[in-house]
Design a protein around this ligand. Structure first.
Ligand code: ARG
Length: 460
């Protein structure tokens, strides 16, 4: 029995290996729900324009719904001889309902069918991903609010730079995820266009009404050129690019969590249920979840590269190469969703070790810039005060002391402009509170940013 997509044109059966080599049902069966959704809409439209009778359309709808039940219950038998999800379902439909099943594919090709399926599928995935992303961002806002005044060292070059608040640091990640959200939403607009009706590449000679299918499937627009509609997968590439950036952010965030849980930092505590032990070293509590997220980001960068490379040499319109679009795309969506979920679950459960963070900020001369700014307010030029404070830091380091721990007389040895009020600016609390402007690290700014952040999430 020949495979259904070959029809009557061939004189010999397909080579058994070629059959397996060219089949995609092993992975594209995942599209079944959207394939059926698309077919139901297509049949409705064909009935509307009089290509199918009402009875035929009804039989097709009932048959497809019955198949959906079979697949859901795990009863459906996927056959490699039927190549892909589309032919498997169509074949079963005809077995179930007879003649009417053979008419479903009128005015349609698998080329516009598969492009439609992927877009419907990806649209749903993006919506799920956005929900989990929102949960993660809400968690970040809650933690930032709870720790708006928790002081930690801020770093440049991984060297202590200036004190910041933990809340402010978390809001930096919140901002990056906001841009990831924007990118996904923007990508969704271009995913949400309908190829159906383009048929194989040139359109169809049936008087189809694409407005009907577009409305039934909830697409925002109809792809305006039939060749383009079946040929391009730029929407999938765009999604992988947005997913890559989001995972890039999560990977960097992971790197910080790994550092912060180390004995050398001890800035945060991860709950035991997000960590594992070592089979040999009894003392270990390893931050596996962030490490895995960091590692998994690489897969998605790979998925993006796969799709870019897959497209770049293809002449118009559809080519079988495109069958290779699915596994990277599925992998990118799954990996992104899993990593966001892991982060959302983990983040609400991290506990900052406030004392350790504060102590670390004290040790690194993180208020040296505040002292330099203080001298400027007393009339010195910034370059001169930079020089003076540098010398004071060198002196304090040699004494194994922080600037705030030096006696006033010692400080005055570096500049006569220094007075008793200097100690107010040398404190960590004073330093963060002074950076009290939009985007600054002051606790008051963090709290205001959290409120704005909640509004932004509510606005979508
Ligand atoms: N399984 C195919 C794919 O994933 C469906 C389209 C096949 N079209 C064709 N003309 N061979 O791309």
């Amino acid at each position: 029995q020949h495979s259904p997509s070959r029809g009557g044109r061939f004189n010999e059966a397909v080579d058994a290996f070629v059959e397996r080599f060219t089949a995609s049902v092993g992975f594209d069966q995942r599209l079944w729900r959207h394939d059926i959704q698309g077919s139901i809409a297509h049949a409705s439209m064909l009935a509307e324009i009089g290509v199918l009778t009402k009875d035929e359309c009804e039989a097709i709808h009932n048959g497809l719904n019955r198949i959906a039940g079979e697949i859901e219950r795990g009863e459906f038998i996927w056959r490699i001889q039927d190549e892909d999800v589309h032919m498997n379902i169509e074949k079963r439909l005809t077995a179930l309902i007879g003649e009417a099943g053979k008419k479903l594919h009128t005015g349609r090709s698998r080329n516009d069918q598969v492009a439609t399926d992927i877009r419907l599928w990806l649209r749903d995935e993006i919506d799920q991903i956005l929900k989990t992303l929102t949960r993660l961002q809400q968690g970040l806002l809650n933690q930032a609010e709870a720790h708006a005044d928790c002081i930690m060292p801020g770093f440049t070059h991984l060297q202590t730079a200036q004190p910041v608040t933990f809340g402010h640091h978390l809001l930096a990640w919140f901002e990056m995820l906001c841009r990831d959200r924007e990118r996904l939403l923007d990508c969704r607009r271009r995913v949400n266009r309908m190829p159906l009706g383009s048929a194989a590449l040139a359109g169809t000679s049936y008087p189809i009404d694409r407005e009907i299918t577009c409305r039934l499937l909830g697409f925002e627009a109809i792809c305006a050129n039939s060749l383009d509609a079946v040929a391009d997968r730029d929407f999938a590439i765009e999604f992988c690019a947005a997913a890559s950036l989001c995972l890039l952010h999560l990977s960097r965030f992971s790197e910080e969590l790994v550092l912060w849980t180390s004995a050398q930092f001890q800035f945060i505590e991860l709950p035991d249920r997000f960590c594992t032990g070592s089979s040999i070293m009894p003392q270990k509590k390893n931050p596996d979840v962030p490490e895995l997220v960091r590692g998994k980001s690489g897969r998605v960068f790979g998925d993006l590269m796969s799709l870019l490379t897959l497209m770049k040499g293809q002449p118009l319109a559809y080519n079988k190469d495109n069958q290779e679009d699915k596994e990277p795309l599925f992998d990118a969506a799954d990996t992104l969703h899993d990593c966001l979920r892991a982060f959302a679950d983990m983040l609400t459960n991290i506990r900052p070790l406030r004392e350790n963070m504060l102590e670390a900020a004290r040790r690194g001369f993180s208020t040296a810039t505040d002292l330099a700014d203080y001298l400027v307010r007393k009339g010195l030029a910034f370059r001169d005060s930079h020089e003076i404070v540098g010398a004071a830091v060198q002196y304090a380091a040699a004494q194994n002391k922080d600037l705030a721990e030096l006696p006033l007389e010692a400080l005055q040895g570096f500049s006569a402009a220094i007075e008793a009020d200097v100690f107010a600016v040398l404190t960590l609390e004073g330093s963060v509170a002074a950076r009290d402007h939009l985007g600054g690290t002051a606790p008051a700014q963090v709290r205001a940013a959290v409120i704005r952040g909640r509004q932004r999430l509510a606005d979508g």
